[in-house]
Design a protein around this ligand. Structure first.
Ligand code: TRP
Length: 295
């Protein structure tokens, strides 16, 4: 525990949209940072149910049904309620009020240029028929960050444009009053980059069906590790393997605390003679980051 006095502690805020269980990609992307930061910071985690509405407007029950699941994932991964305040976005009407004010400080053109929003519009095939709530969610996110007076926002790389947008918004009232009325937040993005999906695609994501949930049962973990893409050019065990770009090694780098053993295995693989099964056997327990049963 830190000895920084509570009043002068920096504020950390981040959040996740339900539904959908958190997966290993979230763990590498920001959960791990949150668990560390809760010591020595005033830490808040927002279950962003309102932000999930544009995708679930026809069936909002899909969101409400998963709010508790998300909270359970937080607890299972090591977020401690005594150190981190877990809040539900829709239960805080002030966030809506601030969003409404902030909407006047941003243009539609600026929102349309946001690369993450562009990707989301494209992935869902909306074209010009994008729900206004989806286009505007960076404004709501700026309101979340400003309302909590957060200065540090641990997020995955895809959320960096939201923090930039927050900057652009809070600068306007700050300039008007001539002092830092609203703090400028900084994104904390892990240096390790995005975790690839089990199919070898660049990003682990539930919507692409290539994610392994943190709450996965042993059988699901076994199946996902079996499926995990390895070195596809590899013919015989005695052939030298390819370590770079091999998802199993990327995962071991991300999750195996025994760096020396991983380094030895990589060297062995480059020389040849190390079968996929051995590497995957090592990976399997490393994917059991947490267990719902321990909550
Ligand atoms: N946009 C985030 C996500 O996609 C969730 C989120 C909502 C958030 N409000 C936030 C993240 C404030 C950081 C800070 O999961």
């Amino acid at each position: 525990m830190s000895d920084i006095p509570a009043a002068s502690r920096p504020v950390v805020l981040t959040g996740d949209r339900p539904p959908g269980p958190l997966h290993l990609g979230h763990f590498c992307g920001s959960l791990r940072n949150r668990v560390t930061l809760q010591h020595g910071h005033d830490t808040f985690v927002l279950i962003a149910d309102a932000q999930a509405l544009p995708d679930n407007a026809d069936d909002p029950g899909r969101i409400t049904g998963h709010v508790i699941d998300l909270a359970l994932d937080y607890l299972a991964v090591g977020i401690v309620p005594n150190l981190t305040t877990i809040c539900v976005q829709s239960a805080l009407p002030a966030l809506c009020e601030l969003t409404q004010l902030f909407r006047n400080l941003v243009t539609v053109a600026r929102l349309e240029r946001n690369p993450t929003i562009k990707e989301e519009i494209q992935a869902r095939g909306f074209g010009r028929d994008v729900p206004a709530g989806l286009l505007c969610y960076p404004v709501a996110q700026a309101a979340d960050i400003a309302a909590f007076r957060a200065t540090l926002v641990p997020v995955g790389a895809d959320q960096a444009p939201m923090i930039e947008q927050t900057h652009a918004i809070v600068q306007r009232p700050n300039r008007q009053v001539g002092h830092a009325l609203l703090p400028e937040a900084r994104a904390l993005i892990p240096a390790s980059g995005r975790l690839p999906g089990v199919d070898g695609r660049a990003k682990m994501s539930k919507s692409q069906g290539n994610a392994l949930a943190l709450s996965a049962a042993d059988d699901d973990i076994r199946a996902a590790v079996r499926r995990t893409d390895t070195d596809s050019d590899y013919l015989r065990v005695s052939d030298p393997g390819r370590v770079e770009g091999n998802v199993v090694f990327t995962d071991l780098d991300a999750f195996d605390p025994d760096r020396d053993t991983v380094a030895e295995m990589k060297a062995h693989d480059r020389r040849g003679g190390l079968g996929d099964t051995v590497v995957k056997q090592r990976l399997r327990p490393c994917c059991s980051i947490c267990s719902r049963r321990s909550v």
